[in-house]
Design a protein around this ligand. Structure first.
Ligand code: SF4
Length: 382
C-alpha cells in the first residue's frame, strides 16, 4: 500500500522515516504551491479553514503520484479539526479518488486503540517494530526542531541574505538521510554547526518576536508566506510557540499520559481564558504572556481566516497586550493573501517595534501598568 500524509513543514522527513521503517511505500506529498491551493479551493467548501483546502489539494496531487492511503491525525474538541478527516474523505470520494483514510486519533486514555489502528494498516507489525519506527521519527523531529529553533535566531544576524536558509536546507538533508538514532544525533550536531558557521554581522541586538497562533499556519511556510524567513531577513529573531515535536508529542502521546506539560502556559493564560477553546487558542494567549515575561519585543498571531479558536484569542489579545506591555500584530490569512501584502504589514510592525525600543526608557513599564502610556497595538490585518 502506498501511503501519503498532510504536508506540514518538515513533518514529511519524520513521517517518511516512520512509515518506511514500518515497511510501507511512501508518496511524499509535494510542497504546497499556488496550484495546490487552487485545487483545494475549487473542491473544498468556501468557508472551510485554509489548512483543509491545502490538504485536499495536496491529496489530489499525491493521488496523481500513486498514493492509495492517507495517514492523518484526528482531533477532538470544539473546533472543526474533529471532522476534517470525514469531510476530506467525502470530498475525495465525490471526486473519484478512492483513498483509504487512516485517522490516528489522540488516545485520550485508550493507547491500545491507537496501537491497534497502527497495527491494522501496517500489516500487524510487532509492538517492538512500531516502537522502533516511532522512536526513529521522534528523534528526527527533535533534530529538525533544534535546527529550526536555532535558525530563528541566526537568520536575524546573518551577513549574507539567504545564508541561514541555505544552511537549514543542508541540515534537513542530513537529517533526512540519517537512518539510525546515532546518525540522526550526529546529523543534528552537524546541522547546528552549519548554522554557527553562517557569517554574522557584528554587534547585533536583534528585535525578538514570538509567533503564536494556529499550528498548521505556523509550521507550513508555504501558507504563512514564509513569515519566519521574511522576519529574519528584516533582522528580527523569531521563536514559535509550537514546534513539530511539541505538537506530535502533545497530540498523540502526552495527552494520553495526562501530563500537564503546559502548566506554565495555562497559568499565564488564566486571567484571560480558563477553558480550552479548541485548536491553539488557549496557547496563543498563554504564550503571548510568556513572551512578554521573557522580554520579547512583540508577538505576531498567525491564523487562517474563520479559525474559531484564534478568533476567540484575537478578541482577548488587545487586553493581554495592554496588561503585559507587548505589541501584537494579528495576521488572518486565506487563499487571497499575498507575500507583498504581508511583507508591508511586517515592515510596519518591525518599524513600530524598533521605534518603541529606541524610545523605551527605564520606568516605562510602570507607566504602562498605571495607564499613563498608551500601548500601540496593530490588529486584525489580512
Ligand atoms: S484550529 Fe482553526 S484552522 Fe485548525 S481546524 Fe480548527 S478552526 Fe480550522
Amino acid at each position: 500500500m502506498k501511503v501519503t500524509f498532510p504536508h506540514m513543514g518538515t513533518l514529511w522527513i519524520a513521517a517518511k522515516a516512520i512509515l518506511e521503517d514500518l515497511g510501507l511505500e511512501v508518496v511524499i506529498p509535494p510542497r504546497p504551491t499556488r496550484e495546490t491551493m487552487t485545487l483545494g479551493v475549487r473542491h473544498a467548501p468556501e468557508f472551510a479553514c485554509l489548512p483543509l483546502k491545502v490538504n485536499v489539494g495536496n491529496y489530489i496531487e499525491a493521488f496523481e503520484r500513486g498514493a492509495e492511503a492517507i495517514v492523518m491525525a484526528g482531533g477532538v474538541g470544539p473546533c472543526r479539526f474533529g471532522y476534517y478527516a470525514q469531510v476530506e474523505r467525502e470530498i475525495l470520494d465525490d471526486l473519484g479518488f478512492p483513498y483509504r483514510m487512516i485517522v490516528l486519533e489522540p488516545p485520550k486514555g485508550h493507547l491500545s486503540d491507537l496501537i491497534n489502528e497502527i497495527k491494522d494498516f501496517t500489516g500487524q507489525r510487532s509492538l517492538m517494530r512500531i516502537y522502533r519506527a516511532v522512536r526513529l521519527g521522534l528523534e528526527k523531529l527533535t533534530a529538525l526542531d533544534a535546527v529550526e529553533r536555532r535558525a530563528g535566531y541566526v537568520r536575524a544576524e546573518e551577513a549574507d541574505k539567504g545564508a541561514t536558509s541555505h544552511a537549514v536546507q543542508k541540515a534537513m538533508a542530513l537529517i533526512d538521510r540519517a537512518a539510525l538514532v546515532g546518525d540522526i544525533r550526529a546529523a543534528r550536531g552537524r546541522g547546528l554547526e552549519l548554522l554557527e558557521e553562517v557569517p554574522r554581522r557584528p554587534d547585533q541586538r536583534p528585535l525578538r518576536v514570538g509567533l503564536v497562533g494556529e499550528v498548521y499556519m505556523l509550521l507550513e511556510p508555504s501558507v504563512n508566506l514564509d513569515i519566519e524567513r521574511q522576519l529574519g531577513e528584516m533582522g528580527v529573531a523569531v521563536e514559535r510557540h509550537v514546534y513539530l515535536n511539541d505538537w506530535v508529542r502533545s497530540h498523540l502521546a502526552l495527552d494520553f499520559l495526562r501530563m500537564d506539560h503546559e502548566r506554565e502556559m495555562r497559568r499565564a493564560a488564566e486571567p484571560y481564558l480558563r477553558h480550552w477553546v479548541g485548536g491553539h487558542g488557549l496557547e496563543t494567549i498563554g504564550n503571548a504572556v510568556l513572551y512578554a515575561r521573557r522580554g520579547f519585543d512583540g508577538a505576531i498571531q498567525v491564523a487562517p481566516l474563520t479559525c474559531m479558536p484564534e478568533i476567540v484569542a484575537r478578541s482577548l489579545l488587545p487586553v493581554v497586550s495592554q496588561d503585559v506591555d507587548l505589541p501584537v500584530l494579528t495576521l488572518f490569512l486565506d487563499e487571497h493573501s499575498g507575500e507583498a501584502g504581508v511583507r508591508t504589514r511586517l515592515e510596519a510592525f518591525v518599524d513600530l517595534l524598533t521605534r518603541r525600543r529606541e524610545r523605551k526608557r527605564p520606568g516605562d513599564n510602570e507607566r504602562v501598568q498605571s495607564g499613563e502610556t498608551r500601548l500601540e497595538v496593530i490588529g486584525d490585518q489580512r
